[in-house]
Design a protein around this ligand. Structure first.
Ligand code: S3P
Length: 166
């Protein structure tokens, strides 16, 4: 059974939707940022401070190799930059959670922004969002509109996977 892989910009709901997919049964959620934090014993912000973004990206690449060799039938919520620097199709069936920039900003309160070292000046974040959109599209097999409840999006994704299996 292939993994379900969720990609998308920061704040597009990958972890929340991944959890809803896990709650539907049969799969456990793996969140790549959380795995990296647990293994390094540091927050993402602290990792950026100690080894820089390039060091963080190297860890992400190693994690992809490990997950693709060792994990199946999971739902994998990726960090927003993972598919920008790596081919994530090795991980499984890739779904892009396509959400408008304004909705993303609304979802990320100050505390959530603080956790993310690449969040800052809104115009810079918007530029990053615009630059990345086509890359998310190219890396995904399915595009899912983020414009529904997490439960509903999870249901749509699982329905899509089940249909393919039949
Ligand atoms: C990043 C997104 C973050 C985290 C890191 C870098 C990015 O994950 O991996 O701060 O480059 O978009 P989320 O997408 O879960 O916020």
């Amino acid at each position: 059974m292939e993994n379900i892989v969720l990609i998308g910009f920061m704040g597009s709901g990958k972890t929340t939707i991944g959890r809803e997919i896990a709650l539907l049964g049969g799969r456990f959620l793996l969140d790549t940022d959380q795995i990296i934090e647990q293994n390094m014993g540091k927050s993402i912000r602290e990792i950026f401070e100690s080894v820089g973004e390039s060091g963080f990206r190297r860890i992400e690449s190693q994690l992809i190799l490990w997950l693709s060799a060792n994990v199946k039938n999971a739902v994998i919520a990726t960090g927003g930059g993972m598919p920008i620097y790596n081919d994530v199709s090795y991980l499984g069936k890739v779904f892009w959670l396509d959400m408008g920039f304004e909705s993303i900003l609304k979802r990320l309160n100050a505390k959530e922004q603080e956790k993310r070292p690449l969040m800052g000046d809104v115009s810079k974040v918007r530029q990053l969002y615009d630059e990345r959109k086509s890359m998310y599209k190219n890396q995904s097999k399915y595009i899912i509109s983020g414009d529904a409840s997490a439960k509903e999006i999870a249901r749509r994704i699982v329905e899509c996977v089940d249909k393919e299996v039949q």
